[in-house]
Structures are given as structure tokens and as C-alpha cells.
Design a protein around this ligand. Structure first.
Ligand code: HEC
Length: 130
């Protein structure tokens, strides 16, 4: 069979694109595809923020901050540069040295850290309710 070159090249290109597209929402993926954050991930993150992760105790139930810790709504971010997703994730997984902001607060897993980061980021960037 004599298949013209151009269509064959297109099929090849499509294959390469399919194979090289990273799976969405891999925990630890940096920088993540923030467009791939699902409402389910955000809801999970909200539950972790107010539950296992204990974030609300220091950062406030509405992310408004307390005397212990800064707000996690738009502010002059001190540690998580510009409030970027990968920066928030880094703080949650590495903590802030010499402060009560520990790595993996509440003993959350890496996947849970990803969900809670999705939640905090979305409150700031997607007008998601705290
Ligand atoms: C025991 C209190 C405490 C808990 C619990 C806690 N944090 Fe923090 N967090 C802090 C403090 C204090 C800081 C500020 C550190 C400093 O002095 O720079 C901070 C900083 C941060 C920052 C960086 C803020 C900035 O301005 O750059 C992020 C993001 C953050 N925390 C997210 C979380 C998340 C998400 C959780 C839950 C998984 C959590 N924290 C749990 C106390 C806490």
C-alpha cells in the first residue's frame, strides 16, 4: 500500500503527543497543570485543611490567619513565593525551618498535601469558597 507521507507524519505526531502528555494531578508534579485540578480534589483538600491536616487551627477556618500563622488568602507571601502552586506545595511538604510550620502537618501524605495545596491555590485563583 502506498500511504502518502504527510498523513503518516501526522499519525506519528499524534502518537508522540499522546504518549508525552503527562498524567494529570500526579502528587509532587511541579509545576502542575492547575487547569486539571478537579472540584473533587478541591473538596478533598478542604476536608484535609479542616481535619487531618490541622491547617485551620493555625491559619484559620476561612484561611483568614490567626495570631499564630498568616492568612493563606492573597497576601505578601513570605515563604510560598507569589502564592504559586508549586511554592505552596513545597512549604506544605518541607515546612518553614525554625517555625511551627512543619512538613506534612498532621501527618498528611504526599497525595493529601497535593489536595490541600489544590484547595488553598483554588481559593486564591479560582474564587473557590474557603
Ligand atoms: C501549628 C501551626 C500550623 C499548622 C498546623 C499549619 N501551619 Fe502553615 N504556617 C504556620 C506558620 C507559623 C507559618 C509562617 C512561617 C513563617 O514564620 O514564615 C506558616 C506558613 C504557611 C504557608 C506559607 C505562607 C506564606 O506567607 O508564604 C503555607 C502555604 C502554609 N503555611 C500552609 C499550611 C497548610 C496547607 C497547612 C495544613 C496542611 C498548614 N500550613 C498547617 C503555622 C502552621
Amino acid at each position: 500500500m502506498n500511504v502518502p507521507l504527510a498523513p503518516r507524519a501526522l499519525v506519528g505526531l499524534a502518537l508522540v503527543l499522546t504518549v508525552s502528555t503527562p498524567p494529570a494531578q500526579q502528587p509532587g508534579q511541579t509545576p502542575p497543570d492547575t487547569n486539571a485540578i478537579t472540584p473533587a480534589t478541591i473538596d478533598l483538600g478542604r476536608a484535609i485543611f479542616h481535619g487531618k491536616g490541622t491547617c485551620f487551627m493555625c491559619h484559620g477556618p476561612q484561611l483568614e490567619g490567626t495570631q499564630i500563622a498568616p492568612t493563606l488568602k492573597a497576601h505578601a507571601w513570605r515563604d510560598a513565593k507569589n502564592g504559586q502552586f508549586d511554592e505552596i506545595f513545597r512549604v506544605v511538604t518541607h515546612g518553614v525551618p525554625s517555625t511551627v510550620m512543619v512538613a506534612f502537618p498532621g501527618g498528611i501524605s504526599r497525595a493529601e498535601a497535593f489536595s490541600v495545596t489544590s484547595y488553598v491555590w483554588s481559593v486564591n485563583n479560582r474564587k473557590v469558597k474557603p
